[in-house]
Design a protein around this ligand. Structure first.
Ligand code: IVH
Length: 671
């Protein structure tokens, strides 16, 4: 394909993909399947690979991320990012309205909207393209997190309709609660601590260096404020409506996420509605924001040092109830982690009946001095599971005694241990504690691991109870007759199960490694280990130093791997699985990917003819190399483009680092 045709096709594909993205993420009305979408995206990716200089900064391919930011640049806000003054009662809202009316000398029109509990972002657009996304920071300057924000599907990269040539739009980035819960479930599976709340989690995710990880995290964003010199309307609400027509996910009257009001009664009705209904949203809000709609009147009302006088936030009280804590019980997870649970006198909280609440760990119980038979305060946060946040000491029974945290496993009686620096207690009886055994097998067969058809958690339970399996390796010795003898096991299900087990022998090594369930070794880490060490033998014998030499593997993971292989029963399990025919080496196909830059670190500097800097970095990574920000004695190559600063060259020469031109780099990878 010649350059001109490539350019045309790239434009065509970008437009088409942007449209589909809008239909999917904003309108919620897709007209093609995910598969068809992927085919188009792949075509665009391929063209951009072939013609890197034609790849746009806002190409739909940027949604998947890949760029790594070592340090986010600090940039000054064009318009300061102010906060809102808070109010906690309806009386304060009435006073606000009276103040505004008095100053205005007339009836005032307001816009009421949700107060999203996320991370504030200011995104500027120029000529219909996303230019920059900056965090709030101290209100005057924030961090440039554009690369990460580009991966959020509901934020348009290119606009549609009749938008102003330059403007900024502000909003809140957040984790949908469903996504947040899933994230925590995944973390728990890996034996990692759960994230405390969706807002902090969103904030942490947005500051991650690898945009590909951010892309996988499914963040979302609502926009609530348009700023600029040439906006189409002179009212806040009207401009937000216009922003929706440019492709933004702005709140709409249709789903009552926003409304315009002409009286305090209407404002209070909106507040009351959401105070009740907020528990049905898939994201967290912590109040309602009331804004004077008309820009001229906003100007007239002006600002205090920190916040506008034309707006106020009404903050909801945390949804909390008091109830009796009948009993503290303890759960044992797959990794042996113990979670204390409060069994409560059933109580209505935010629309659901609550019977159980999390007590997190021993420290939390001690800190709040939580005891059985106490009247406790229970709060609903972003988690499905409510938590106990306090004790009503006045109502504590006279004969109450401090909680003695359990010393032994509630399931198998083994003495619990506590790893230094960790909040959780653990049951160390990995091989004999029933919930741990069953949990490990459930993980082993799960979709992302061995994905065994015909076998679910219930069947695992049944097989375990019947004494047919004690660990994952036993699954490969099941026979038809013993299965048929079980309850609810028809011939067809037995057939499916056995076929599923047989087929799992083809599952690639990286997934087998993930499936055996080494603590902290998730999908990504498994892939990295397999890519680096190739065989189970090599991983088994790797030293601490060798392990931490692998990209993204730190002390904690390395120690966990070593500990795993120090346990003879683990080694036995692996041996048994290997003897049953499971993949324990990366196959030829896996190793065919050229890892010519394995373990080598690169600095890319200057401007290139056939690559954008990002593409060059991606290419380096695709061949197993690692990009670093600055030259040090550890750097292996400096790829020098046009206009590279002389200081860099000098430093590289001094440290004896190989300097490659773009052509030399090409020759290397094409060898
Ligand atoms: S307007 C000058 N509207 O709350 C007015 N802010 O406490 C600027 N927030 O920094 C803000 N929902 O992060 C506005 N519908 C909404 C909001 C909202 C959440 C956040 C925002 C702001 C903070 C102020």
């Amino acid at each position: 394909m010649d350059t001109q045709s490539a350019k045309n096709r790239i434009q065509e594909l970008s437009k088409e993909l942007n449209d589909h993205n809008y239909r999917y993420y904003i309108e919620d009305k897709p007209i093609i399947s995910d598969y068809e979408f992927d085919i188009l995206l792949k075509e665009l990716e391929k063209l951009e690979e072939e013609f890197p200089h034609l790849a746009e900064a806002n190409s739909p391919t940027k949604r998947v991320g890949g760029e790594v930011t070592k340090k986010f640049e600090t940039v000054k806000h064009k318009y300061p990012m102010l906060s809102l003054s808070n109010s906690y009662s309806k009386e304060e809202l009435i006073e606000f309205d009276e103040r505004v009316q008095k100053l205005a000398g007339k009836k005032v029109s307001y816009c009421c909207e949700l107060k999203y509990d996320g991370v504030a972002i200011g995104i500027s657009y120029k000529n219909g393209h996303l230019e920059r996304a900056v965090t709030r920071g101290d209100g005057t300057q924030g961090d440039d997190i554009t690369t990460n924000v580009r991966t959020i599907r509901s934020i348009p990269l290119s606009l549609r309709g009749d938008y102003p040539s330059e403007f900024e739009i502000r909003g809140e980035i957040f984790y949908p609660l469903s996504v947040f819960r899933k994230l925590n479930e995944d973390r728990e599976e890996l034996g990692e601590d759960r994230l405390a709340n969706p807002r902090n989690a969103a904030s942490g995710t947005l500051k991650m260096q690898d945009s590909a990880v951010v892309s996988s995290r499914k963040l979302d964003c609502y926009l609530y404020y348009v700023l600029g010199e040439s906006l189409p309307f002179d009212g806040h609400y009207e401009n937000l409506e216009a922003a929706a027509s440019w492709g933004f996910k702005a709140p709409s009257k249709r789903n009552n996420l926003i409304t315009t009001c002409n009286s305090i009664d209407e404002i209070i009705a909106f507040v009351n509605y959401w105070e009740k209904e907020r528990s049905n949203l898939d994201f967290e809000i912590d109040g309602i924001v009331i804004k004077v709609n008309d820009y001229d009147l906003q100007e007239e009302l002006g600002y205090t040092a920190k916040s506008p006088r034309w707006a106020i936030a009404y903050k909801f009280k945390a949804e909390q109830v008091e109830t009796k804590l009948n009993k503290i019980s303890y759960q044992v997870g797959r990794t042996g982690a113990i979670t204390p649970v409060a069994n409560l006198e059933p109580v209505l909280l935010a629309g659901t009946t609550v019977k159980r609440a999390s007590l997190h760990n021993a420290d939390q119980i001690a800190k709040l001095d939580i005891r059985e038979n106490d009247i406790v305060q229970v709060e609903k946060g972003g988690e499905i599971i409510p938590k106990v946040v306090g004790v009503n000491l006045e109502l504590r029974p006279a004969d109450s005694k401090p909680t003695a945290y359990i010393q032994n496993c509630p399931e198998c009686e083994t003495k619990l241990i506590r790893i230094e620096g960790e909040a959780q207690h653990y049951c160390p009886n990995t091989w004999g504690c029933p919930p741990q055994i069953k949990g490990k097998m459930a993980h082993f067969i799960s979709r992302k691991a061995m994905n065994i058809d015909g076998l679910g958690e219930e069947t695992i339970e049944q097989l375990f109870e019947a004494g047919l399996v004690k660990n994952a390796a036993d699954l490969y010795h099941l026979n038809e007759n013993e299965l048929l003898a079980l309850d609810r096991m028809a011939e067809k299900s037995v057939q499916n199960l056995l076929e599923g087990v047989e087929k799992s022998k083809e599952v690639p090594f990286a997934r087998v490694l993930f499936a055996v369930g080494i603590r902290y070794v998730g999908e990504t880490v498994s892939k990295k280990l397999v890519k680096y060490f190739k065989t189970i033998e090599a991983i088994k014998h790797a030293s601490f130093e060798e392990l931490i030499a692998v990209d993204e593997i730190g002390d904690k993971i390395a120690e966990s791997i070593i500990q795993f292989f120090e346990e003879p029963k683990n080694v036995q399990l692996i041996d048994n699985l290997q003897a049953s025919g499971l993949q324990m080496e990366s196959t030829e196909e896996d190793t065919l990917i050229k890892n010519i830059f394995e373990g080598k670190s690169f600095v890319v500097s200057g401007v290139f003819e056939n690559y954008s800097r990002d593409d060059l970095k991606k290419t380096i990574e695709a061949f197993g190399g690692k990009n670093v920000g600055s030259i040090s004695a550890k750097t292996d190559y400096l790829i020098a483009g046009d206009k590279m600063g002389p200081a860099k060259k000098e430093k590289a020469e001094k440290l004896n680092i190989a300097i490659l031109s773009e052509d030399e780099f090409d020759t290397l990878i094409n060898k």
